[in-house]
Design a protein around this ligand. Structure first.
Ligand code: ADP
Length: 253
């Protein structure tokens, strides 16, 4: 009967959510295991080396640097997982009115020095008065920060540009870079958890492969979707759109 079918379907759904969670935990612990093993190995190596007298200091420094690198990586992973879990639990769901021009200016002062360190220009492109959006400040900031951090990370030379374009009802945020770009087949997978492009230049950077997975989740929370346009060796543009908040009616006295 149709009611039995309904129940069956419902159970399947609950089970798959549980399974998804279990699978996620198992994937996360797997991803954590490698850096922990490497850091642990490097530290016990230092302990051994430090007891010997004929050991060059550089050997100790190298092992410590490796351990440090892995711990930094672990910290980043835990940070991404924290953002993910906050979004999943709905912390930061509260909405407020956000002045777009102000928000972008704040990002500009935050990221211009970081871009300059790599010799990149950080540009902001806002035409006219951008207006306000009514949304979660935490999620919107985290989303833009993730896209900008990636743009800087995957751009060896040139620039990163945040542009804001609005029409009557919507505002489109673009984070554009002149970086390594993303191949067509990778473009479909970069939002998957722990996915990193096969490109050797990606592999030269540190990353958890969680940033865009978290970003996609944040975008869903904001009620939008991230789209990507990219050409290998030319750069990438990540975009999303939010509705403009109607300005309050000012009454003439
Ligand atoms: P990661 O920690 O590796 O940066 P992300 O989830 O943030 O993880 O990104 C997934 C992958 O997408 C990256 O490993 C990289 O291959 C690719 N990617 C993301 N942003 C860019 C970009 N702006 N330019 C080129 N490749 C990018």
């Amino acid at each position: 009967s149709s009611s039995r079918l309904f129940i069956l379907r419902d159970i399947t759904k609950i089970k798959s959510l549980e399974e998804e969670r279990d699978e996620f935990i198992s994937v996360v612990s797997h991803e954590l295991r490698t850096p922990i093993t490497i850091a642990e190995g490097a530290i016990s190596n230092v302990q051994l080396l430090a007891k010997r007298e004929d050991v060059a200091q550089v050997k100790i420094d190298e092992a410590l640097e490796e351990a440090h690198k892995q711990v930094v990586f672990l910290a980043r992973m835990v940070n991404d997982l924290g953002t993910l879990s906050r979004a999943e639990r709905g912390i930061g769901d509260s909405k407020e009115s956000i002045d777009i021009t102000e928000l972008v200016a704040q990002l500009q002062s935050e990221y211009t020095p970081q871009a300059a360190e790599k010799g990149l220009a950080f540009n902001v492109d806002i035409a006219g008065k951008a207006g306000n959006v009514y949304t979660s400040r935490l999620y919107l900031e985290e989303l833009l920060q993730n896209l900008i951090t990636n743009a800087i990370k995957y751009t060896p030379e040139g620039s990163v540009t945040v542009s804001v374009n609005r029409d009557c009802c919507n505002v489109c945020f673009d984070v554009r870079d002149t970086g390594i770009g993303i191949g067509k087949s990778d473009q479909k997978k970069i939002f998957d958890r722990f996915y990193r492009a096969e490109d050797y230049r990606t592999r030269q950077t540190n990353g958890t492969g969680l940033g865009l997975y978290v970003s996609a989740k944040l975008a869903r929370k904001l009620g939008c979707k991230i789209s990507v346009q990219s050409r290998i060796n030319h750069g990438s543009t990540f975009s999303f759109m939010l509705p403009i908040e109607d300005p309050p009616q000012t009454s003439v006295q």
